[in-house]
Each structure stands twice: as structure tokens, then as C-alpha cells.
Design a protein around this ligand. Sequence first.
Ligand SMILES: [Zn+2]
Length: 111
Amino acid sequence: MSKSASGTLEQKGKNFKAKSGLNKSILDQGWSMMMNMLEHKQAWKGGLLLKVNPQYTSQTCNKCGHVAKENRQTQAKFECVECGYVANADIKAACNILAVGHTVLSVERMR
Ligand SMILES: [Zn+2]
């Protein structure tokens, strides 16, 4: 449904702009629906859903804290240019997101 409009970069397909806007709306709606379901399920089970800013979590080394775009060499591989730590980029980013969530919760408890 969200397939790109046909055509090339130089010669865009028919209704390219409209299709692009429609694709964005469909994909945005998908994330919104997923977040609503997660909130509903967590509330139902007595859990907690905390939204954190994922910015730079895939570029941050969770061993030394060095942040660099070059740390993420490919979609799957993370290698810190500072300390040499190597990990799966998605798993490492998930660990960083979890750490950000724990930090947010601990700061909120101190208030
Ligand atoms: Zn490092």
C-alpha cells in the first residue's frame, strides 16, 4: 500500500507528490496505532510505557559514552572509534534506549 510511485529520480512518476504524502500518512498512522496498542496493553496489565527520545542512541557507545556518526559503520554493525567496542547496532541501541528510560524514571522519582 505504501509502495513508491513508479518513475526514476530524474523523471518522477505520475502523481509522485500525492503518493509521497499518502505514504507518509499511512506510515505515521501505523506508528500511532502501535503506540496506542502498547499504551492500552500496558495499562491493562498494570505496566508502564515510557516514551524516550531515541536520538543518537544508535551512535552512542554504551561502554565509554563516545558519540559519533562513525561508530555505526553499517546498518547492523556498531564499532566505537574511541574504545573499539563492537556490538550489533540494533541491540546496542536498544540497550541505550533502556538506559535512557531508567535515567528518566530515576530522575522523576527524585522529584
Ligand atoms: Zn566506546
